[in-house]
Design a protein around this ligand. Structure first.
Ligand SMILES: [Zn+2]
Length: 391
C-alpha cells in the first residue's frame, strides 16, 4: 500500500509505503512537484481513554453483550481512533461484572477487537457520593474502595482493567491506591472532593492522572483551597481534559494546558453511549436526556446541566489548538502519544517499522478567528488495513 499525505508534525509531504501491517518506507516529496496542498494530514491513530459507549449503548449497562462491544470497537475508526478504553461508570455490582465479562469475551473472541481495546477504564464505583463531584453517577452505588471487590472486578475483566478513576478522600485511600498502582493499573483521581493533603497522599501512593479535570466537581468552590488548584499544581499528575467546547470554557482549557504543559495533558471525549444519535429527547438508564442541535448532551428540559459528552476526540484536537494556542502536533500528541505513554503501550509513529495504525485527516480552517477548525477524518488504518474511509 502506498499513501501520500502531509505529516501532522512538520507539514512535510511524504509518501508512505505499508506492508504486513507496518510502515516500511517514508520518502519526503518535493512540495513543488506534487499537488500536496490537497493531500490529507497523517498522524498516528488517536487513542481515547474515556469512551463510554456509542449509538445508544453504554458499556456500563445490563444489556451490553460481547457482540455489541465488538461492534463499537469497529465503529471507533470513524473518529480516527485506532485504540480506546471502554469506560465503565458506577453501576450495580452485577451490572459491572456483566459488562467487564462482555468486554473480556469480545477481546478473547477476536484478535481484531483485542487490538483496539487498550484496556478497560473503570470510572467508579469508588467515588464521592456528594452532588457535584459524583456528576451523573448514581449516588446509591457510590462507595468506599474495597480491594477484594476490585480483585473480583479484575477477574471478570480477565485482568484488562488498566485505569481506575476514584475519589481519594476515603479512609485508607493511600494504601488502596498503592496496591492498585502496584498491580500495574493507572490510578486516576476523579469525581472527588479531596483536600490538599489527601490529594498529596494519593499521589505519593502512586496516583498518576486527574480524570476530566474541572468536571465532576462542585459548581462553587473556595477560591484558593480547592481540589482543582491542588491537582493543577501537582506536576506528578497528568490531566485528562474534555475539550468539546461544552465541558470547559476556552479560557479554562488554556489555563489548564499552560499550567500542566501540553506534555501532561491527555484529550478524552468522555463520549456517552447516547452519542451518535440525532438531536432529540431520549431515556437513558440514569435520567431523561436531550441532545441539542449543537451536539450538547444535557439533562432533558434545560440547556445548562450536562449529562455527558457527544463529540469525538478529534473535536478536542481542533478545539485545543484554538483554545490553548498549541500546535497541531502538540494537540495530536495529547490524543495519541500521551495516552499511550500513560498506559505503557507503543504510541506508534511515522517512521519505518512503526505499526500502520494511522489517521488521515483534514483540519478544516475555521470560519473566523474566534472559532475552532474542524477535524475531518478521511481514513483510518488499523494494522495496515483500511478500517474507515477511503484512500
Ligand atoms: Zn466522569
Amino acid at each position: 500500500m502506498h499513501l501520500f499525505a502531509r505529516r501532522y508534525d512538520t507539514g512535510q509531504p511524504v509518501s508512505l509505503e505499508i506492508a504486513r501491517g507496518k510502515i516500511t518506507r517514508v520518502t519526503p516529496c518535493a512540495p513543488e512537484c506534487v499537488p500536496a496542498a490537497h493531500w490529507p494530514q497523517i498522524a498516528p491513530g488517536l487513542i481515547d481513554i474515556q469512551f463510554n459507549g456509542y449509538g445508544g449503548q453504554e458499556f456500563s449497562a445490563p444489556d451490553i453483550t460481547p457482540q455489541k462491544v465488538a461492534h463499537i470497537a469497529q465503529t471507533i475508526a470513524a473518529f480516527g481512533m485506532t485504540r480506546f478504553c471502554p469506560t465503565l461508570t458506577t453501576q450495580r455490582s452485577d451490572v459491572l461484572h456483566g459488562a467487564l465479562r462482555a468486554v473480556a469475551a469480545a477481546c478473547e473472541s477476536s484478535p481484531a477487537v483485542a487490538r483496539r481495546i487498550a484496556g478497560i477504564h473503570l470510572e467508579g464505583p469508588y467515588i464521592s457520593a456528594q452532588d457535584g463531584p459524583r456528576g451523573a453517577h448514581p449516588r446509591e452505588f457510590c462507595r468506599p474502595p474495597d480491594w477484594d471487590e476490585f480483585q473480583r472486578f479484575q477477574e471478570s475483566a480477565g485482568g484488562r482493567i488498566r485505569i481506575l478513576t476514584m475519589a481519594v478522600e476515603f479512609d485508607g485511600a493511600p494504601a488502596f491506591v498503592e496496591r492498585v498502582a502496584r498491580s500495574r493499573v493507572v490510578v486516576a483521581i476523579g469525581h472527588t472532593a479531596a483536600n490538599a493533603a489527601q490529594i498529596r497522599a494519593a499521589v505519593d501512593a502512586g496516583a498518576r492522572l486527574s480524570t476530566h479535570l474541572g468536571n465532576g466537581s462542585h459548581p462553587l468552590l473556595p477560591r484558593h483551597a480547592n481540589y482543582i488548584w491542588d491537582q493543577l499544581a501537582e506536576d506528578r499528575l497528568a490531566a485528562s481534559l474534555i475539550v468539546d467546547g461544552h465541558h470547559l470554557p476556552p479560557a479554562v482549557v488554556k489555563t489548564f494546558v499552560r499550567a500542566k504543559t501540553p506534555a501532561r495533558c491527555i484529550l478524552v471525549s468522555d463520549m456517552s453511549g447516547m452519542a451518535g444519535k440525532p438531536p432529540g429527547r431520549y431515556q437513558s438508564n440514569l435520567c431523561d436526556i436531550e441532545i441539542l442541535p449543537s451536539g450538547r448532551l444535557v439533562i432533558a428540559g434545560q440547556t445548562e446541566l450536562l449529562a455527558g459528552a457527544s463529540l469525538p476526540i478529534g473535536v478536542g484536537v481542533a478545539n485545543v489548538v484554538q483554545f490553548a494556542g498549541v500546535t497541531l502536533a502538540e494537540a495530536v500528541r495529547m490524543a495519541a502519544d500521551h495516552p499511550a505513554q500513560l498506559l505503557g503501550i507503543d504510541a506508534g509513529g511515522l517512521s519505518p517499522g512503526d505499526p500502520a495504525d494511522l489517521v488521515l485527516f483534514d483540519l478544516v480552517e475555521p470560519a473566523d478567528s474566534r472559532s475552532a477548525g474542524r477535524f475531518e477524518v478521511r481514513a483510518t488504518l488499523v494494522g495496515g488495513e483500511l478500517a474507515f474511509g477511503s484512500l
